[in-house]
Structure formats: structure tokens, C-alpha cells
Ligand binder design. Structure first.
Ligand code: NAP
Length: 490
């Protein structure tokens, strides 16, 4: 037990700020609450009013089951030691220095908010997007709701064969009937209703064994109402190195089985086609009038690098595809936060098992930590973030016990545990951060406020046979919360 008055004791809990209310942030909060030795209080910040990050804005609308994970996060929020501050932007509403002044430990759970580039000519033409933009648009992310995607084109290219590529392809290939009972946004459903897209070309730079999608996702493509999957049987003939890789990889074996079935089935006359192209990389995007009209590709061959990794290189044989829209789905990338170290090469916050370091392989930055994609890069499924967060929290607790972090001074301790005269605090534990945010004019959203919004979304959804009807405009979110709290019908 930590002696009274010391950091981590019941009289002086460790004050933790978690930046980002996505899965990794919530798993970190959950792991902290389970600590038996040290007392903690946790404030979770998100720049949007709505919590849950990629569960709300990344997971595909037709994958509702995955979204039920939020019940676990709700349980975390029921704990009186945790508070939520939505609509608070690190950098404008609160700075890195402010956080350092108020909190003993800061966890960055900011994910990977940008995307990788292909670095080929024409990539910035109109009609060339990252998959993440399209995903954020159809999922109702406030920053992307105004994007426009011209779905009146007949052919679309999706670059990359990870699960995000599968999501994007499925949404483009599904019928409106298949989508209308999901929580896809109204505006996206309307655009998809008018969609003229008939061919979705998927380009994999390596072979089918090296595809990153998981088996349920590729299987799902084969079960769509109005789209056939076209796989060229010749693409499934494997070289020796791929055969060896396949023998060791259960997911790849299942994927190959599915791809063989799809190749055998071929076209069944459905109106849309999803066409796989393995061992093919885009080399140039061309356009007319500033908008994508074609994409040049090069056939690749695999070769083993020194480490045995099967990489690919061009063979000098090219083929052009007429496409009107391109979605790069080649991975996410972190975005630097002012005042926080960033390792540009990997697009992450440099860290040592979750402890932030001043640079890659550098000295530990006291009291700062990373979890999730910000820590390890954009890999793994939602559940991967749980052990990842547990590891970081273990480092945090070690640091508390070894007094490697100094307790923050007067600002942190003076107000802790005091009953604030200000309304709007949550769980009866109101302190200076609330006053600070108010002073800054930050219209922060509490978890109870979010639940007002959630209820409105759910009620609207229930009326239409949808899980929820998402509110996508921040001003509208704040207005609805305000009117509900004032007791006025929205
Ligand atoms: P990912 O799984 O890393 O896939 C990226 C794809 O892009 C790979 O096929 C990769 O090929 C390809 N690629 C990378 N650079 C390229 C280039 N320059 N040219 C052509 N192709 C290139 O990433 P993701 O699809 O963005 O998914 C991120 C994470 O979220 C993954 O762990 C994924 O499983 C997860 N996720 C899960 C679900 C789900 O569970 N349903 C849904 C969505 C996302 P190489 O293999 O050759 O590098």
C-alpha cells in the first residue's frame, strides 16, 4: 500500500488524462481501474463530443455486432473515478503544457488519423481519395460529412487488400436494401441509392497468400446480393515461396480456400462485379478536367528479402484501367501532436512498451504514455488494444511505485477531491480542470450529455428500423444537448 499523502494513495490518487476516447483509450481506463495498489482518477478527453472513436467512425455500418463492444466502455464510465470531456481539442482548448500542469500521467490514445500515400503521379487528382475519407464520410464523422464522392462513375479502383479495403468494397457493392437497416448516414445512403458503380477493381501489390484481409471479410464479399466476385484462377497459382508461407499461415489457407471457391464460381450474372487483381501496383493516375479517368498499373513479381519477407517488384509489363474513382486503402498513419514526440518514419509516437520516448530509441519522457495505434501503428483488431493497454498501464504503475514521475504541484493537488461550486461536474468530483475549460470557453460535453445524444440517435433509429440515426454536425449535437437539458423539445 502506498502511504497516505503520497502519489497513488487514497488521499492523493494518480491523476491520469487520456487523450482520445476510442477503444485504446477505454481499454487503458479499464486497465487503470483494475489496479489494486494505486488509487487513480481518470479524465478522458476527445476532440469530438461523441466517444468511441473508430468504433463509431471506422467500423463498417453493416458490422453492428462489433460495435456492441461499447457496452464495456459504458461500464468503465459508470465508475465514479472516470470522467469524460468531449468536444475538447488538444492544441486549442487545452495545451500539452496545461495537461502537464494538471495531470501526473498522460496517455495518448489518439489513433492514426491520417493515411499513407502511394507517391505516384496523379494521386492528388479529383476523385482520388483515401479509403479513410470515404469510411469517415459514410460513417458520419463531422469532419468528413461534406465530402463529395462521384458515385455516378461505372468503375472504381480500391488499392490494397486489408480489411479496410474489404469494408469500402462491400459498401460500394451492396444494395440499398442491404444497407438501409444499418446505421450508415442518410446522405451516404442517398448517394449510394443513385450509384452507377458496376465494377470495383481491387489491386493487391503482392499475391493472394500475402493478402491482409481476414477470412470472414473475404467470405462476406462472396455473399452479396447484387455483386459477383471475379478471381482469375491464374492468380491463385503459387510460386514456391508463397506455398511455403501458406503452409505456416492458417488465415492465408482459409483465404486461399475462399478465393478458389470464388474463382470457380465466377460471374453469376449479378449486376455488379468485384474484380481482384493480384501482383499489380498502380504506377500513375491520369485524369481529364482535373478528375481521375484512368490508372496505369504494373505487373509485379515476388522476391524474398534478406529477412525472408516476400516483397514485390515491377516486371515492366503495364496495363491501364479506366476508372473514375480511386480509394487508396494502404494503411493509416499517425499525425503529430504539438509538444509530443513523433517518429515520422513509422507515423507513431515513439515509445518503449508504452512509455513515450523523446525520439525513436531515445530517453523516456517522464509521465507520458501511448496506447493503441498511436503506440504500435495501425494494426490489429479492436480487441488487440486490450493487451496493448494493459502493457502500458503496467509501465505507468511501475513508474508510480518507483517514483519515476513527480506528482504535479499545487494545481493538481489543491483542488483534488474538493466539491466545486460549479455545476456541470460529473460524479461529484469536480476540480480545476472544469473551471479551466470553462474559462477557456470550451463547450465540453460530459458522458451524461453524450448519453442524451445517444438516446436521441437510438430513438430516431428505432422509428426507422435502424440501430441509430447518427447526428453528424457538432453544432447540432451541442444544440440538442442544450435543449434537452433545458427541458425543451428539440
Ligand atoms: P492493412 O491490413 O495493413 O492493409 C493494407 C494493405 O495495403 C495491404 O494489402 C498492403 O499490402 C497494401 N499496401 C500498403 N502499401 C501499399 C502500396 N504502396 N501499394 C499497394 N498496396 C499497398 O491495413 P488496413 O486495411 O488499413 O487495416 C488496418 C487495421 O485495421 C488492420 O489490422 C485491419 O485488420 C483492421 N481492421 C479490421 C476490420 C475488421 O475486423 N473487420 C475492419 C477494418 C480494419 P502489403 O501487404 O504488400 O504491405
Amino acid at each position: 500500500m502506498i502511504p497516505t499523502g503520497e502519489l497513488g494513495s487514497s488521499s492523493r490518487p494518480v491523476r491520469v488524462a487520456i487523450i482520445g476516447a476510442g477503444p485504446s483509450g477505454f481499454y487503458a481506463a479499464g486497465a487503470l481501474l483494475q489496479q489494486k495498489d494505486a488509487h487513480v482518477t481518470i479524465d478522458i478527453f476527445d476532440r469530438l463530443p461523441t466517444p468511441y472513436g473508430l468504433v463509431r467512425y471506422g467500423v463498417a455500418p453493416d458490422h453492428q455486432k462489433i460495435k456492441s463492444v461499447t457496452r464495456i466502455y459504458e461500464r468503465t464510465m459508470k465508475d465514479s473515478r472516470v470522467r469524460y470531456f468531449g468536444n475538447v481539442n488538444l492544441g486549442t482548448d487545452i495545451s500539452h503544457a496545461d495537461l502537464k500542469a494538471y495531470y501526473d500521467q498522460i496517455i495518448y490514445a489518439v489513433g492514426a488519423q491520417s493515411d499513407r500515400k502511394l507517391d505516384i503521379p496523379g494521386e492528388d487528382l479529383g476523385g482520388s481519395f483515401s479509403a479513410t475519407e470515404f469510411v469517415a464520410w459514410y460513417n458520419g464523422h463531422p469532419d468528413f460529412r461534406h465530402y463529395e464522392f462521384d458515385l455516378t462513375v461505372e468503375s472504381v479502383a480500391v488499392i490494397g487488400v486489408g480489411n479496410v479495403a474489404m469494408d469500402v468494397t462491400r459498401i460500394l457493392a451492396k444494395s440499398v436494401d442491404e444497407l438501409k437497416t444499418t446505421d450508415i448516414t442518410d446522405y451516404a445512403l442517398e448517394e449510394l441509392r443513385e450509384s452507377k458503380v458496376r465494377r470495383i477493381h481491387i489491386f493487391a501489390r503482392r499475391g493472394p497468400v500475402q493478402a491482409k484481409f481476414t477470412n470472414p471479410e473475404i467470405k462476406e464479399l462472396g455473399e452479396l446480393e447484387v455483386a459477383d466476385v471475379i478471381v482469375n484462377p491464374a492468380d491463385l497459382v503459387l510460386d514456391e515461396a508463397s506455398q511455403a508461407e501458406l503452409a505456416e499461415d492458417r488465415t492465408a489457407q482459409r483465404n486461399m480456400e475462399t478465393l478458389r471457391e470464388l474463382a470457380e464460381r465466377g460471374s453469376t450474372g449479378k449486376p455488379k462485379q468485384i474484380i481482384f487483381h493480384f501482383l499489380r501496383s498502380p504506377t500513375e493516375i491520369s485524369g481529364s478536367g482535373g478528375t481521375v479517368s484512368a490508372m496505369k498499373t504494373e505487373k509485379n513479381a515476388l522476391y524474398a528479402t534478406e529477412t525472408g519477407y516476400l516483397s514485390c517488384r515491377g516486371t515492366g509489363t503495364y496495363k491501364e484501367f479506366d476508372v473514375g474513382l480511386i480509394f487508396r486503402s494502404i494503411g493509416y498513419r499517425g499525425v503529430p501532436i504539438p509538444g509530443v514526440p513523433f517518429y515520422d518514419r513509422w507515423g507513431i509516437i515513439p515509445n518503449e512498451r508504452g512509455r513515450v520516448t523523446a525520439e525513436h530509441g531515445g530517453a523516456v519522457v517522464s509521465g507520458e504514455y501511448a496506447v493503441g495505434w498511436a503506440k504500435r501503428g495501425p494494426t490489429g483488431v479492436i480487441g488487440t488494444n486490450k493487451p496493448d493497454a494493459v502493457e502500458t498501464v503496467k509501465m505507468m504503475m511501475e513508474d508510480v511505485k518507483s517514483a519515476a514521475i513527480p506528482a504535479v504541484g499545487a494545481i493538481g493537488t489543491a483542488a483534488n477531491g474538493q466539491q466545486s461550486p460549479q455545476p456541470g461536474g460529473q460524479n461529484g468530483r469536480v476540480d480545476n480542470i472544469v473551471a479551466f475549460l470553462r474559462e477557456r470557453g470550451a463547450a465540453f460535453v460530459s458522458f451524461a450529455d453524450w448519453q442524451i445524444l445517444e438516446q436521441i440517435e437510438n430513438e430516431r433509429g428505432a422509428q426507422r428500423g435502424q440501430p441509430r440515426v447518427k447526428i453528424t454536425d457538432v453544432k447540432e449535437m451541442l444544440r440538442l444537448i442544450r435543449t434537452a437539458k433545458e427541458g425543451v423539445a428539440p
